[in-house]
Design a protein around this ligand. Structure first.
Ligand code: ZN
Length: 364
């Protein structure tokens, strides 16, 4: 799994003198304002001014005029390697992590807010943020049973047996993994990058319930695989086929897609409807989770309040009624902000420029 990169955290905590030293750039002047020969044009005089406190630079030569922030600086120095790579490079030079480190223990809220911790008592969550009795079942699975379950699933059996009527608070981790083809043309059709396909371990499934579908694994907040969602891998989707398929008994309202990748690493989160929306924003370095739709359950709200201080709602453009309903519900539990997309757009398709403008704190 690729690591989560918190651009805002890196830019705030990066060290400009360390960056200049790393590239052997000599500076003149003391304090926060220094000058140096511009590395982006053939410079005889010190044309580049750097404010090491604000972490910005400007070249004063008319022929050049490069300027930007510390991340832009590293990106340019690395031959425009791209902002993700530049951010990782910048973090390394500055000797900082790529995102705010998790405090010790599993629950970042522990100790920070007694109120929040107390609210967890009597709920499905223990103080550590782990579901009670959650991890135990997994280890007992033997390879034969695993193969049998996988075969049954591929033969079209329901994914979970629902023969017990006991209310079950936990999501059962899957005991098998589907064999998926990451190179199937649907990935390219959907404009999914190779890195996104690898990071999210997506691919095309040829057998069973999910056959002819592009499948995305779904994990719970601890990173345990709990289901797959399958998108029919051709457009237009035939009338007889569901566009998206989830296992019949999968409790989607107990999961926030992508939470496992960002839990504890971000204070703010963007909430979107679909997994492909989330995948796109995650690849841009935006902390994001998907609801599997436009409504939110109490369990999902609980997770949002447990892990985040502020929620930015970004539903598909045009879903005004659903958005207002969702914002009203969330606002009772957590700070919430609404990002309205143009009609007909969704977070997967909307211009990067739009995201940059509406989510300046996340998109570098
Ligand atoms: Zn210059």
């Amino acid at each position: 799994m690729g690591k989560y990169i918190d651009f805002a955290y890196i830019k705030t905590n990066a060290n400009f003198p360390a960056v200049l030293g790393h590239y052997n750039i000599e500076t003149q002047g003391d304090g926060d304002e220094v000058r140096c020969n511009c590395p982006f044009h053939d410079d005889e005089t010190p044309s580049l001014s750097v404010n090491t406190d604000k972490k910005v630079f400007t070249c004063h030569a008319d022929s050049c005029g490069e300027k930007g922030n510390i991340l832009d600086f590293v990106n340019l120095m690395e031959g425009e390697c791209g902002l993700r790579e530049a951010a990782e490079c910048l973090a390394e030079i500055s000797q900082i992590p790529c995102a705010k480190p998790k405090p010790a223990g599993n629950n970042r809220r522990q100790g920070k807010s007694g109120k929040k911790a107390n609210r967890k008592n009597g709920s499905a969550y223990s103080q550590t943020g782990q579901k009670k009795g959650f991890k135990q079942g997994k280890k007992s699975v033997n390879p034969e049973a695993e193969a049998a379950v996988k075969a049954a699933f591929e033969d079209g059996e329901p994914l979970f047996d629902d023969d017990d009527d006991e209310p079950d608070d936990s999501l059962k981790p899957l005991s098998f993994q589907l064999t998926l083809d990451p190179n199937h043309q649907y990935g390219k059709q959907r404009k999914l990058s190779a890195s996104a396909i690898g990071r999210f371990e997506m691919g095309y499934c040829t057998r069973g319930l999910m056959s002819h579908r592009w499948c995305v694994p779904i994990h719970d907040q601890h990173g345990d695989l709990v289901a797959y969602v399958g998108r029919f891998a051709a457009d237009p989707v035939p009338a007889a086929k569901a566009k998206y398929k989830l296992p019949k008994n999968f409790k989607k309202n107990r999961v926030l897609f992508n939470l496992n990748r960002i839990a504890g690493y971000a204070d703010d989160v963007v909430v979107v409807e679909g997994v492909f929306d989330a995948i796109r924003l995650h690849e841009l370095g935006i902390p994001v989770v998907a609801l599997f739709g436009s409504s939110v359950s109490d369990e999902q709200i609980e997770m949002l309040t447990q892990y985040f201080d502020c929620v930015h709602v970004m539903l598909d453009g045009g879903a005004n009624k659903a958005r207002r309903k969702l914002v009203d519900r969330l606002a009772q539990a957590v700070a919430v902000r609404s990002v309205v997309l143009p009609d007909g757009d969704d977070p997967e398709s909307v211009d990067e420029e739009f995201l940059r403008e509406k989510l300046p704190e996340f998109v570098a």
